[in-house]
Design a protein. Structure first.
Length: 340
């Protein structure tokens, strides 16, 4: 009990430690430090000091004369440590954590400390999660439990590392929001189109919703180009429906009938489409639809007759080519000839 109280007091206390005694964390999840922001922080430290303590571990070793020497290893606060050096500060406030000399524990604690302070950008966070998975065999659900997030949150974070390098850089520098990564990831198998949507986001300052809408259209258009031949009549019908409904409409013609796809990107879009359809019921491209049915009437009829003929053949009884003796033997042992 007393030992636990001492540990708690030790963990909650703030100490002042010389800057040169603090070693960087080899498992530091933050990979990049913006020089301009670092200088701004150094200016602030010169004026106000270090307002938030760094988090370190303490290591004691015996000196040649039999005394004890203490060194500290950083867990969280490397940006403050670097800025303090730029500001010419000799000592910084620290909180000492007692942890095992284990790389897994150090990385885990460094990530948790940084996440709690929201010190990590999305790419650094994804990289840290990835290290826990690849170097220390963590499962996504385990990481989620450690940092107070869902398994899906961890999985989606790690997916950010599959983005093109230029997109990752923009995300880590805050030039685009993490939400903008979703529409880029939707085109993961199309690198050129990924860069197209990324440049649109950057140049036109698209919102996340606008970027997702464009990304979906690109994906749908790509599928259309590879899945069917060009049909001017279908294109004209699609254009009429698209103009009327204000969203992308796709008509896929099959051997019999087909499929009509109307895209919407939010509940509001869906309600708007329903309102339009209720008002315009029976009038959207009606002449073209009737013409399409009339032109294909014979083909549809032949296909239907062929399917009916196949069904009729399946319903016919199979030909019994067994001998009379074989039939008699089956009847002899058939359950229908037994009674109770």
């Amino acid at each position: 009990m007393i030992k636990n109280m001492e540990n708690q007091f030790h963990n909650d206390s703030i100490y002042w430690v010389e800057l040169h005694k603090i070693k960087p964390n080899p498992y530091q999840p933050r990979r990049e430090f913006n020089p301009l922001k670092l200088n701004d922080l150094a200016d602030s430290i010169r004026q106000y000091g270090v307002l938030q303590p760094l988090v370190v571990t303490r290591h004691e070793s015996e000196t040649d004369d039999g005394g004890l020497s203490a060194e500290y290893e950083l867990i969280a606060g490397e940006r403050r440590l670097k800025a303090s050096g730029l500001a010419g500060i000799n000592q910084v406030p620290v909180i000492i954590r007692s942890v095992a000399d284990d790389g897994r524990v150090k990385l885990e604690l460094a990530i948790i400390e940084n996440l709690q302070r929201e010190d990590l950008n999305p790419i650094d966070r994804a990289y840290a999660f990835s290290r826990l998975v690849n170097e220390f065999d963590f499962k996504h659900g385990e990481i989620g439990s450690k940092v107070g997030k869902s398994r899906e949150y961890v999985s989606n974070s790690i997916r950010l590392l599959s983005l093109p390098e230029e997109v990752q850089q923009a995300l880590s520098e805050g030039k685009i929001a993490e939400g903008h990564a979703r529409p880029v990831l939707m085109l993961a198998d199309r690198p050129e189109e990924q860069m197209t949507i990324f440049k649109e986001i950057m140049m036109k300052k698209l919102t996340v919703r606008e970027a997702e809408a464009i990304s979906r259209r690109i994906a749908v258009d790509r599928v259309r180009k590879h899945s069917r031949t060009f049909d001017p009549e279908m294109v004209e019908l699609e254009n009429q429906l698209t103009e009327k409904l204000g969203t992308r409409v796709i008509i896929e013609r099959k051997e019999v009938g087909g499929r009509l796809t109307i895209n919407f990107f939010s509940p509001d879009d869906l309600h708007g489409l329903l309102d339009i359809l209720n008002k315009e019921e029976g009038t959207i491209g009606q002449e073209k639809v009737e013409k399409f049915i009339e032109n294909n009437k014979e083909e549809l009829r032949e296909k239907e007759e062929a399917e009916n003929a196949e069904d009729a053949e399946e319903e016919q009884e199979p030909i019994d080519d067994r001998s009379e003796k074989e039939k008699e033997e089956e009847d002899l042992y058939s359950i229908k000839n037994f009674s109770i």
